[in-house]
Design a protein. Sequence first.
Length: 255
Amino acid sequence: MRNLLAVLLGFLLILLVISPVSATEIDYYSYQVVDTYYHDRNAFSQGLYYEAGIIFEGTGRYGESDMRKFRLGEAEIIAWHQLPEEFFGEGITLLNDKIYQGTWQEGTVFIYDREINLLEKRTFPYDVWGFTDNDEDLILSDGTSKIRFFDPESFELLDQIEVTYLGNPVNNINELEYIDGKIYANIWYEDYILIIDPASGNVTGHIDLTGIINPDDYDYKLNVLNGIAYDQENDRLFLTGKYWPLIFEIKLVLK
């Protein structure tokens, strides 16, 4: 009997070791709207970044793409750069005092200073959907299940992860924001944000944003959640969407 118990205990220990428990430990959130702020309803938002009361935003679509800077809640654009009409602007991030703006299929990254002066235009080896950073690396999504890490100067590929939700690959990863050691990601055409472990690629959080904006309340062209920004100093989370008239400040509510 003792031998049988020992075998059973050993078997249970093996199961605990090999079982992917961490992959299934997911926190589910709803949200509370804390405040709303003006957003240009003509902006096809592709990337959002917050710093000291300022919003940096990259917009997309051929002939409409730009990089802009404005104060949170105000309509006036402080600084602006129009991309040539052959470029489709994508995600942005601010790293080492430079703003990086990707492009969809043009193999190009535009680099600016904080006043949106164009510093250089460089060839880039991947399509860009979303950009963020971890204070060291450029972090990229390209609409697949992969997230890649690059050296911001040489654009050398340093690492990559596959994003999985309950063991299944997640495609259509879009805009990104790096918050408290995790990657927050919009998923194209979905009304939720995923929180991703940048080491393993496992989804560790799911934010349900159903109903945050009613498309019947405004004359919209495309109702797609896209754009995440974070005020690190005051722990404020902002989000918007393509052609949305508002930027939302939200608080996460654990379900």
